[in-house]
Design a protein around this ligand. Structure first.
Ligand code: URA
Length: 429
């Protein structure tokens, strides 16, 4: 086997890495025999030279093999999963998970924590008092059998290579590579044992992928990995130029998810959720197509079954869910500086404002404030008069509130003309 410098040089010079080299690299990183500086050098060579689809599949395979894998066959039914590439105000999993279970399918997800300007599902769930996201494996399986829904934190033993490599990528400017991202996302999905996955790839200012083209190349790689492992994968591309819904911040987003579960809530959150629900149900063993899947999901939102399943789910994971009951923080209002139409609400700026308010992390071990965040009062296309309320930012102390309000004010663009209608679902594969 090549020594590590040969593997780095091989990629540096533009050659393809075979499975043997990639396995040696991943194994060495996890065992600690390849130091961070050599791992980082190879990551940078990969970013500069790219990864072919075959290399991406082999890297993913080596990452899956770096730890334990979960066998979900004891459930006796396909377990469905959904992954979002990360967006601002993206609370879709909170609605989708109980919704799919309420329709009779099984939804099991191992989730990560949010870092940067986008929030993580686990932080949102933990804003419900008592909600436990660390479940022993046996409990995770039993819960899937009993109620058909569980969302938990990913155990330390699954894909340890990703934790090490992701932390290195984060500090060496090597996150942005479709092959590395696809292998990272899919290794966790493959190791957690789910049979079918719907990927919601966010596109726009607030997302990893700024263009549809970039998202399409990630989709191709993820589907290629899915095929190599016998997992069914459907990808959607959805807009992330503006935040999804009106609430950004952990508990604020759970409240909005509850509105959607109760048959109300913002149209965009509802639309993305129903689109993904239709696709997931079509990948289940219920024998429905996407149209029928969506129809069943709409019915479950309308007749209270989805909301009822959310309550059962919270209870099973120890959460004491009481809508509207939480420690509200003081808010600062951001007002319209002029009259006109709201032409844009920058997702990245809103995400940063929420993060500044305390809703997100700057570093992996930062605490998040469950009640902090932003609530938008106006959406893109709304008419405003000078001084109208645009948004409110909630934070625990005055200094954070005023810093966050400044960032938030910069998110809004107001113009004279009504902006063109935005498409929400940009495509699928
Ligand atoms: N999400 C992941 O899980 N991994 C990446 O590399 C990027 C986004």
């Amino acid at each position: 086997m090549d020594v590590v410098t040969d593997i780095i040089a091989w990629k540096r010079d533009g050659h393809e890495l075979d499975a043997e080299r990639l396995t040696a690299f991943v194994g060495g990183v996890v065992a600690g025999s390849i130091p961070a500086y050599q791992a980082s050098a190879l990551l940078m060579a990969i970013v500069l030279r790219g990864l072919s689809p075959a290399e991406t599949v082999d890297l993913c395979r080596a990452m899956v093999a770096s730890g334990k894998t979960l066998d979900l066959s004891v459930i006796g039914r396909p377990v469905l999963d959904k992954h979002s590439s990360g967006g601002v105000g993206d609370k879709v999993t909170l609605v989708l998970a109980p919704l799919v279970a309420a329709c009779g399918a099984v939804f099991g997800k191992m989730s990560g924590r949010g870092l940067g300007h986008t929030g993580g599902t686990l932080d949102k769930l933990e804003s419900i008092p008592g909600f436990k996201v660390r479940l022993p494996q046996g409990e995770f399986l039993r819960q899937l059998e009993r109620i058909g829904v569980a969302v938990v934190s990913q155990g330390e033993r699954l894909v340890p290579a990703d934790r090490i490599l992701y932390a290195l990528r984060d500090v060496t400017a090597t996150v942005d590579n479709a092959g590395l991202i696809a292998a990272s996302i899919m290794a966790k999905k493959i190791a957690s044992g789910t049979a079918a996955i719907v990927l919601d790839l966010k596109v726009g200012d607030g997302a990893f992928m700024r263009t549809l083209e970039e998202a399409r190349s990630l989709s191709r790689l993820c589907r290629e990995i899915g095929a190599a492992f016998g997992r069914r994968v459907t990808c959607f591309f959805t807009a992330m130029d503006a935040p999804l819904g009106r609430a950004v911040g952990n508990r604020l987003e759970v409240e909005e998810a509850w509105d959607v579960l109760s048959g109300a809530g913002p149209d965009d959150v509802r639309e993305v959720t129903l689109t993904l629900a239709g696709a997931l149900l079509a990948l289940s063993d219920l024998g429905v197509d996407e149209t029928e899947g969506r129809r069943r999901a709409e019915a479950a939102l309308a007749d209270g079954r989805a909301a009822g399943m959310f309550e059962r789910w919270c209870l099973m994971q120890g959460g004491r869910w009481q809508p509207g009951v939480f420690n509200r923080l003081a808010g600062v209002e951001v007002k319209a500086p002029r009259a006109g139409y709201v032409t844009a609400i920058g997702a990245m700026d809103v995400g940063r404002a929420a993060q500044t308010a305390g809703a997100g992390r700057q570093k992996v071990d930062d605490d998040v404030d469950p009640a902090a965040g932003v609530v938008l009062a106006r959406g893109v296309g709304n008419a405003v008069a000078t001084g109208d309320l645009l948004a409110t930012v909630f934070a625990r102390d005055a200094a954070r509130r005023s810093r966050a309000a400044e960032v938030l004010a910069g998110a809004f663009a107001i113009g004279d003309a009504l902006p063109p209608e935005r498409a929400l679902v940009l495509g699928r594969e």
